[in-house]
Design a binder for this molecule. Structure first.
Ligand code: BLA
Length: 247
């Protein structure tokens, strides 16, 4: 379902100077015990971004996922970019979240960084049902204008053909614009908030039980702590610390 988007995302990262980074051993790909599901990830570093990760889960008719987070350099306070697209084929159910994830919940920060997303929300009013958030707190690391949809095949088609390309273009424009706009926050503060994002997300992410079901607990624990949210485990996992010591 989301492969054209995966292609578009990885292509646009490469076009902006993305260099593939090594993923900790065994985490770049995993096939489920029954051999029917596959999860694969990409990790990039590119000008302006210290880390950009992309993951695709293919569990056939049961579930397809495209998930990605972009972490700007610490000298850039702009929001992270978060993508979580899930398609449950058997049930024809879509869960789609696209957001510029703010480091601060603050009007001045929103005015500086979220106007593009705000216009997308007006353009795609069907992507605005965030009141249905269950495990996350909408007021922490989510923006007031996040694109959020629980829907069906029609909404999925709309995301693939229109909303996703527009969203991605809008984030690249933000990244370009922020080059000319020095951050107000100190890099040390941006770093602290990006680390807190990883910690918060690792605690709340509803994906862990899903990964455990497909790929076992040991692999899933490592994937969450060493790849999805490495800063969440830096104190506890010195190997992850060593691995990402420059990021
Ligand atoms: C929800 N994300 C979910 C759910 C699953 C995943 C299984 C629950 C589905 C449901 O509510 O019906 C799956 N999350 C994943 C997978 C990965 C992951 C497979 O991290 C990793 C490969 N989640 C993100 C990012 C955002 C995000 C970057 O990873 C932000 C754009 C948001 N996911 C998000 C939200 C929900 C969700 C807001 C709904 C949770 C809720 O209701 O509180």
């Amino acid at each position: 379902m989301f492969d054209p988007l995966l292609e578009r995302l990885n292509r646009s990262i490469r076009a902006r100077g993305g260099q593939p980074q090594v993923i900790p051993d065994g985490l770049e790909e995993c096939v489920s015990k029954k051999g029917q599901s596959n999860i694969r990830s990409w990790l990039w570093k590119l000008p302006g971004f210290r880390r950009w990760r992309v993951t695709r889960l293919d569990a056939g008719q049961n579930l397809q996922v495209l998930n990605s987070v972009a972490y700007p350099d610490y000298i850039n306070e702009q929001p992270l970019m978060g993508i979580d697209l899930l398609w449950f084929g058997k049930a024809s159910k879509l869960v789609a979240i696209l957001d510029f994830q703010p480091l601060l919940q603050d009007k001045d920060y929103f005015d500086r960084y979220l106007n593009g997303l705000k216009s997308l929300r007006m353009r795609f009013p069907e992507l605005s049902n965030q009141e249905m958030m269950r495990s996350f707190d909408p007021n922490q690391y989510f923006s007031p204008w996040l694109l959020f949809c629980r829907g069906g095949a029609e909404q999925a088609r709309g995301i693939v053909s229109e909303a996703f390309p527009a969203f991605l273009d809008c984030y690249w424009s933000l990244a370009e614009a922020s080059l000319a706009k020095p951050s107000k926050m100190q890099p040390s503060e941006v770093k602290r908030l990006q680390i807190a994002y990883d910690q918060y997300s690792a605690e709340r992410d509803p994906a862990h039980s899903l990964f455990t079901r497909y790929f076992g607990k040991e692999w899933s624990d490592r994937f969450l702590q060493e790849f999805l949210f490495p800063a969440s485990s830096k104190q506890r996992f010195s190997s992850a610390d060593e691995f990402y010591k420059n990021t």
